[in-house]
Ligand binder design. Structure first.
Ligand code: KG4
Ligand code: ZN
Length: 344
């Protein structure tokens, strides 16, 4: 079963060919990182235009890399939401055209469900040996931080989400405070390895709720950085007037604060809901410290995609559509782009 997956919900034009919901035959990502880096964040209008330019070349590369002709595909999967309206529309309309032209079934996929099913790709969970259910899923990306109880494929219950910034968004904003590049997560993770004495920053636990808040720790970082280096022209080191050693300690302290809360709440959710496992997904799940701490502190097995499949890619909607097909969800050419699509 060969499925083509198309993902354009944010700033990556991504197309992949996936066999049997598991083997990634090709995974092409037309990244817009450099384009948006000069603005310090994603500009929606710029993203849609770039998707238009990249869509066809990325599609052709994905087929070429997989070594297949379009006629060999069995279906098309596309991210229908949540995401940026204009960006989603490019992928959805292109997917409809391909499905119609080739006479193939089309599946609209929730981006967050795609992040969940990325954990089944490649050396991830073997569909023949499904992990025990329910699973508590932590989905942490640039736009979302959600805890979801997964009782089965397509069966999700919302447990909690962020009240303000998403975890990835907080990493991106913290990176800006420290004068690092975009996206901020990988830059903070890298700089944190040079820390000698990580700065202690506050954690927002919000009582015993399963909700998150990351705006406080971001503001605390800004204040701490400004107390060392008052606003003014950036120093030659490029860390907004901070020495590399100071910036590294701030980066490490920030990463620890965010990871601590993500792990603490996910483990608590797993305990409260009798989860048989914890699943990580979304760009922030590529974070090495989050992956290690979750494994150390979880009382149940932790499953997660390899880091390159945590960030947005075309293989994830294809993996989700495979499970939709398995349980007889009907395909439809009436897929709409829904910017605020909910998982549960
Ligand atoms: O899932 P994703 O690729 O796109 C969205 O759906 O938003 O997530 C991108 C987010 C960015 O905010 C980026 O800074 C963050 O994931 N990210 C990381 C790491 N790699 C990517 N955050 C922390 N550590 C990382 N290694
Ligand atoms: Zn994502």
């Amino acid at each position: 079963m060969l499925l083509l997956g198309i993902e354009t919900s944010c700033d990556e034009t991504a197309v992949a060919v996936v066999a049997d919901g598991r083997r990634v035959l090709s995974n092409v990502i037309g990244s817009q990182v450099e384009l948006h880096a000069r603005y310090g964040g994603i500009v929606p209008e710029v993203a849609s235009r770039q998707h238009l330019l990249s869509m066809v070349p990325v599609y052709r590369s994905a087929l070429r890399d997989a070594g297949i002709a379009p006629q060999e595909l069995h279906g098309i999967a596309v991210t229908a939401g949540p995401g940026l309206a204009g960006a989603l529309l490019v992928g959805v309309n292109f997917a409809k055209g391909v499905a119609l032209g080739l006479g193939l079934p089309l599946f609209g996929v929730n981006h967050l469900e795609g992040h969940i099913h990325a954990a089944w790709l490649e050396e991830g969970v073997d569909p023949a040996e499904e992990p025990g259910l329910p699973l508590v899923c932590l989905l942490a990306s640039g736009g979302h931080t959600e805890l979801v109880l997964m009782r089965g494929h397509g069966d999700y219950e919302h447990l909690g989400r962020t009240r303000d910034d998403a975890a990835g968004e907080a990493f991106d904003k913290a990176a800006r405070v420290l004068g690092l590049g975009f996206p901020g997560g990988p830059a903070i993770q890298q700089l944190a390895t040079e820390a000698s004495d990580p700065t202690r920053l506050p954690r927002a636990w919000l009582g015993d709720s399963l909700e998150f808040s990351f705006s406080g720790v971001k503001t605390a970082l800004l204040r701490a950085a400004q107390s060392v280096s008052p606003p003014g022209p950036a120093a030659p080191q490029g860390h907004e007037g901070l020495s590399t050693a100071e910036a590294a300690n701030f980066a490490a302290g920030f990463q620890e604060a965010v990871v601590d809360v993500l792990v603490g709440k996910t483990v608590e959710a797993a305990r409260r809901h009798g989860a048989r496992g914890i699943l990580l997904g979304g760009g922030v799940a590529a974070n090495t410290m989050l992956r290690e701490r979750m494994r150390e502190r979880s009382p149940v097995p932790v499953i997660m995609p390899r880091p390159a499949l945590c960030t947005d890619n075309g293989a994830m909607p294809a993996a989700s559509a495979y499970f939709s097909l398995q349980r007889g969800v009907p395909p439809s050419l009436d897929v709409d782009a829904v910017p605020n699509l909910r998982l549960a």
